[in-house]
Design a binder for this molecule. Structure first.
Ligand SMILES: Nc1ncnc2c1ncn2[C@@H]1O[C@H](COP(=O)(O)OP(=O)(O)OP(=O)(O)O)[C@@H](O)[C@H]1O
Length: 343
């Protein structure tokens, strides 16, 4: 299936490698996220896709059409790539009305009259801002401004929409409702969405597939579920979710561990050097005959308490429990599963 393809993309700034040998195949119409900590190269990758930055070497193609090829000196300019961009700062013209902001890209293409009016109205209706057409963007809330930016992006009917941390200026409540807006948009437009974020919850909620980047390299490229359940390495296991790492003396790398295996690991008192990740929802506090642990702290999390536990050798584990537990008391645990990760 054709789509967006990146091959051996490499980018350096002042001798510092920012993106290293990046390879990705993005299916047409999919919603993917580039996720990673600050400075890992997400925005640089997005800007190379958009044609705003040139890779030092590599190939980028869209539906088998070459956009960039360092060996053939091919470089299609940004405005001819049929891609739209939505940024964290909405980049709206304050002196133009909402409708004029939205219509700007098609005005540049020479579309006017009834066709122009129709497309602007449709775009505004899609973002549910038809009643704000004559407003200045300055009179809109952050969420509404981002919806104007989205409408302005969609009006040009791009086949790829690149979004760079578009929700990071919004409060938590608004972010959740905008996540829903993005999902609906994606379904409605059929465009390919590439979404840059450092927020793992946002990436998990939105994307069909996530490329997790660290120091300019892809650590894992998989569905949110796989990344959560089967993280590639110790760094990713700690970056995603709030699992705890326990070190065992047997190497279980990329294996699922069951209750019996976990019982035998905790029964032997030897701390090893091979990491496994245990998620709090797999740690149950039971009445007796379980794995012994000492309570360090109980933190109220609304619908439940997060209990921090420690073992004889000071390894730490989290569990969820309906009630707080007294520090230093000894509890019994039943651990249902864990995942072995690479170091
Ligand atoms: N034009 C530039 N010149 C020099 N260095 C740059 C340039 N653009 C980015 N960098 C550096 O490249 C690295 C990656 O930047 P990039 O913006 O791609 O990271 P990011 O993962 O998007 O981070 P953030 O989440 O903080 O935006 C950073 O160390 C940054 O300082």
């Amino acid at each position: 299936m054709a789509g967006l393809m990146l091959r051996n993309i490499h980018k350096q700034y002042a001798k510092q490698t920012i993106v290293h040998d990046l390879n990705l195949d993005i299916d047409p119409g999919s919603f993917i996220a580039l996720l990673g900590p600050s400075g890992c190269g997400k925005t640089t990758t997005l800007r190379m896709l958009a044609g705003l930055e040139n890779p030092d070497c590599g190939i980028i193609s869209l539906n088998q059409k070459l956009l960039f090829d360092s060996t053939r000196q091919t470089n299609i300019p940004a405005e001819k790539r049929n891609m739209g961009m939505v940024f964290q700062s909405y980049a709206l013209w304050p002196h133009m009305s909402v409708a004029d902001n939205v219509g700007y890209p098609i005005k540049l293409k020479g579309i006017k009259g009834a066709e122009y009016q129709k497309r602007v109205s449709e775009a505004l209706e899609t973002v549910q801002l038809a009643d704000k057409a004559s407003y200045s963007p300055l009179k809109l809330s952050g969420g509404q401004r981002q919806r104007v930016a989205l409408a302005r992006c969609l009006i040009a009917e791009p086949s790829v929409i690149l979004l760079d941390e578009p929700l990071s200026n919004l409060d938590r409540h608004l972010r959740t409702s905008m996540e829903m807006t993005f999902r609906q948009f994606h379904r409605r437009t059929g465009a390919t969405f590439v979404y840059v974020t450092h927020d793992q919850a946002e990436a998990m909620a939105l994307a069909d597939k996530i490329a997790v980047l660290d120091k300019g390299e892809i650590v894992q490229w998989a569905t949110p579920d796989t990344i959560y359940q089967q993280p590639q390495n110790q760094w990713l296991a700690q970056f995603i979710g709030n699992g705890c790492i326990i070190y065992t003396s047997v190497n279980y790398c990329h294996q699922q561990l069951n209750t019996a295996q976990l019982q035998s690991i905790f029964a032997s008192s030897t701390k090893g050097s091979y990491p496994i990740v245990i998620r709090p929802q797999h740690v149950h506090i039971i009445e007796r005959n379980g794995i012994k642990a000492r309570v360090i702290d109980s933190i109220f999390k609304g619908e439940r308490y997060e209990i921090t536990l420690s073992f004889f050798d000071e390894q730490v584990l989290l569990a969820y429990h309906p009630l707080p537990l007294l520090p230093n008391c000894i509890v019994d645990l039943h651990i249902t599963q864990a995942w072995g990760v690479a170091l």
